[in-house]
Design a protein around this ligand. Sequence first.
Ligand SMILES: CC(C)(COP(=O)(O)OP(=O)(O)OC[C@H]1O[C@@H](n2cnc3c(N)ncnc32)[C@H](O)[C@@H]1OP(=O)(O)O)[C@@H](O)C(=O)NCCC(=O)NCCS
Length: 167
Amino acid sequence: MHIRKASLKDSKDIVRLYKAVAEIEGGLIRTSEEITLNYVQSFVTNSIDNGIILVIENPEDKNELIAEMHASKPGIKVLNHILFNLSIVVHPDWQGKGVGRKIFSHFLEMVSSMPTITRVELIARESNTKAIQFYQSLGFKIEGKFENRIRTLSGALVSDVPMAWTR
Ligand SMILES: CC(C)(COP(=O)(O)OP(=O)(O)OC[C@H]1O[C@@H](n2cnc3c(N)ncnc32)[C@H](O)[C@@H]1OP(=O)(O)O)[C@@H](O)C(=O)NCCC(=O)NCCS
């Protein structure tokens, strides 16, 4: 399985991947309609310029992406040691098969070779226990709770959990 840096040309394939993941509620914060080409092109460009963005192609079909992850610097001098706005998605057909661990481990190896980055931040929905346990296993620690931050499509309020990896 080949992990590579993404380019702007991947944007349409990333849209398709994000929409497939967004079909299952409880993971991504955006709904399928909110995943537009503009939104994706904007984080792809920003991550290429100010952070890291990785993708994995489907080994049977190079035109399909099965995973993507990105994070970027906030663009503020005093926060220059941080990568934030982290997002990771694995296509539903490929979840639970080690793909997420593979791309995230590669990402953290890249971070390790960037001495100026000493902190990586992410936010996970409290109900997304699978993801929270996954991040903890990679060295992320829970740093608090944003109470009732998310209003789900059914109207229920769910908290968000800020987590961080520090060198
Ligand atoms: C969260 C996500 C990125 C994990 O990627 P994945 O490829 O499914 O995960 P992996 O198969 O690499 O498993 C990594 C760890 O996740 C956990 N995990 C995976 N599937 C699980 C399941 N069905 N139940 C419980 N834990 C599970 C385990 O801790 C696993 O650890 P292990 O490697 O020791 O077995 C992926 O499931 C996904 O894209 N989910 C939807 C979008 C989402 O929730 N993104 C994160 C938003 S914060």
